[in-house]
Design a binder for this molecule. Structure first.
Ligand code: MTE
Length: 329
């Protein structure tokens, strides 16, 4: 295993007060700047589009959207992408497959009121209103790399809390071996769900020990603000050592189960988007290499790191097998 890349999540002891008091409506007004753009019709790399986004993008914070002026860095010393980049280049197929169209189409999405059911093989199932989750679990900042399976990446300063603290509250039983996550199903709000091509709702899953790893984050915000709709408001998963499609958005259900759950992408194309989906530069996607990636905001490609640079924290989870199964499929 490669232990070369030390990665300590950055934890912020202080939460921007605006995260607490700014109403979602005011926040959306402040953040609602969008541009139209090129089309991308499938979860696949598109060099032309990446180049066009890279040439518009800027590393570091922008002051136009939320008044951020301090530059944030990940633990490898790379600057976080700007708020503008992070919120104008999104994969959220419930709205559209056009990455640069998600922000506009999601403007009126209703992420409040919202509740999340945590159930299945647990001793104390619970349903939380989103405001109770925000109050019950201390919110901290984690600056993580997000590596999409399409070979682009960003550095994102998330706000949120460890999934493990939530799971401990509901007490998984000894039969629980996997965690299954589900996105809201609401075709009136999600036009993409009217398409019969995808097996909606979006579903994802983790092995229980992956879910309990401290890096696994329930994100509620970014740049110290509540999550904007295009990023998966009001609650999404972030699993930084896995390809981005594992990081399911707008979650309404978290279920503890005994069998490996089906996931949206592995149901459609099991040999392309497997359950484990750990970032590994040596295991190519069947249709393209995963050895390098385009960091949004940069022109030159950079090497992709094993486990996206988080080997020290997570390699032990896969030590019982050398099988590529654990890395990609
Ligand atoms: N979650 C839902 N519900 N629907 C989606 O289409 N796309 C996934 C993931 N979570 C997706 C989702 C993919 S492919 C990626 S790369 C990330 O979200 C993108 O997150 P971002 O738009 O915040 O960068």
């Amino acid at each position: 295993m490669n232990n070369k890349y030390k990665s300590v999540p950055v934890k912020s002891s202080e939460i921007t007060p605006r995260h607490i008091y700014l109403s979602r409506r005011d926040f959306l007004k402040a953040a609602g700047i969008v541009t139209g753009g090129a089309l991308l019709a499938a979860c696949a790399a598109n060099t032309e589009e990446l180049t066009s986004v890279a040439s518009q993008a800027t590393a570091g914070p922008e002051t136009d959207a939320i008044g951020v002026s301090e530059t944030k860095y990940d633990e490898l010393g790379d600057p976080a992408n700007s708020y503008k980049d992070i919120t104008n280049y999104n994969n959220f197929y419930e709205f559209t497959t056009d990455k640069q169209g998600v922000a506009t189409l999601s403007t009126n999405f209703k992420a409040d009121p919202w509740s999340v059911e945590v159930s299945g093989l647990v001793n104390t199932p619970k349903t939380y209103a989103i405001e109770d989750l925000l109050k019950a679990f201390p919110q901290e900042e984690r600056i993580y790399r997000l590596r999409c399976v399409e070979a682009w990446s960003m550095v994102i300063p998330w706000m949120g809390f460890s999934l493990t603290s939530l799971l401990k509250e509901v007490e998984p039983t000894s039969e629980a071996r996997f965690v299954r996550f589900e996105t809201l199903f609401d075709p009136d709000q999600f036009p993409g769900q009217k398409s019969g091509f995808y097996p909606w709702p979006y579903q994802e899953g983790l092995r229980l020990d992956e879910a309990m790893n401290d890096l696994t984050l329930m994100a509620t915000g970014l740049y110290g603000e509540l999550l904007p709709n295009q990023s998966g408001a009001p609650l999404r998963l972030v699993v930084p050592w896995k390809y981005g499609f594992k990081s399911i958005k707008s979650i309404v259900k978290i279920e503890l189960v005994s069998e490996q759950p089906a996931t949206l992408w592995s149901s459609i194309a099991p040999n392309e988007y497997g359950f484990y989906a750990n970032v590994n530069p040596e295991v190519p996607h069947p249709r393209w290499s995963q050895a390098t990636e385009r960091r949004i905001g940069e022109i030159k490609r950079r090497p992709t790191l094993l486990f996206n640079g988080y080997a020290e924290e997570v390699a032990h989870l896969y030590e019982d097998s050398d099988s590529p199964t654990y890395y990609f499929r």
